[in-house]
Write a protein that binds this ligand. Structure first.
Ligand SMILES: C[S@@+](CC[C@H](N)C(=O)[O-])C[C@H]1O[C@@H](n2cnc3c(N)ncnc32)[C@H](O)[C@@H]1O
Length: 182
C-alpha cells in the first residue's frame, strides 16, 4: 500500500515536471531566447550605436533589458501583451507601442537607428521582418541597425551597404554575436 502511494506521488511529480518543461518550451519559442539579454549584451548593443542623436526605434523590447540602456526618447515596440504591460509599468515616461515591428518600420518618416532583438532563427516570420527592413532601408529611413544572433550568421546579409559583426558577448546565455548595419 505504502509502495503504491509512493508511485502515485511519483506520477504527480513527473506530471508537474512535464508541465514545467512544456511551459518553458512554449515560453522560449514565443520569446525566441532562453532568457532576457544580459546587461553586458545590452551594453554592447547600446555602444554599437554610432549616432545617439538620431531617433531610435527598438524592436522586440521584451522585458526591457536593452530598453533601459537606450535614450529616453527611444520608441520601443513589443507586441506581446504581458511584456508590453510590464514595459509600460517600468518605463511610464517612455513611448512604448504594442504593435508589430512591421508597421513601425513602414511608418518611419526620418532616418532612424533601429535596435532589434527579434530573433532570426526559429522565427517563421523573420522573412517578413527582413523584407520590412529592406524596404525601410531602401526608402532611406534606416541610418543604422543593430541586432544580435546566437549563431555566427549574418541575419540581414545583402540588404545594407555596410555590414559587420561588431563583437561577441560571452557574458550572455547563450553567448551572442552583435551585428551592425548602415
Ligand atoms: C528575444 S526577445 C528579446 C527581449 C529583449 N529585448 C532582450 O534582448 O532580452 C524578442 C522579443 O521580440 C518580440 N517580438 C517578436 N516578434 C515581434 C514583432 N514582429 N513585433 C514586435 N515584437 C516582436 C517578442 O514578443 C519578444 O518579447
Amino acid at each position: 500500500m505504502e509502495y503504491l502511494g509512493a508511485l502515485s506521488g511519483l506520477d504527480r511529480e513527473l506530471a508537474r515536471v512535464a508541465k514545467r518543461i512544456k511551459n518553458f518550451s512554449s515560453w522560449t519559442s514565443s520569446v525566441g531566447a532562453i532568457c532576457e539579454s544580459s546587461q553586458w549584451l545590452a551594453r554592447r548593443m547600446r555602444n554599437a550605436i554610432d549616432d545617439t542623436n538620431l531617433p531610435i526605434l527598438e524592436l522586440g523590447a521584451g522585458y526591457g533589458s536593452v530598453t533601459k540602456l537606450l535614450p529616453e526618447s527611444t520608441v520601443s515596440v513589443e507586441r506581446e501583451k504581458t511584456r508590453f504591460e510590464h514595459l509600460k509599468k517600468i518605463f511610464p515616461e517612455r513611448k512604448i507601442l504594442d504593435t508589430c515591428a512591421l508597421p513601425a518600420l513602414a511608418h518611419l518618416s526620418e532616418p532612424t537607428v533601429v535596435v532589434s532583438s527579434i530573433p532570426s532563427v526559429n522565427n517563421s516570420e523573420f522573412e517578413y521582418l527582413r523584407d520590412g527592413i529592406a524596404r525601410a532601408y531602401k526608402a532611406g529611413m534606416i541610418a543604422e541597425l543593430i541586432t544580435y544572433t546566437y549563431f555566427p550568421h549574418d541575419p540581414l546579409s545583402g540588404i545594407f551597404a555596410n555590414s559587420e559583426m561588431a563583437g561577441l558577448e560571452v557574458l550572455n546565455v547563450p553567448p551572442a554575436f552583435v551585428w551592425k548595419y548602415s
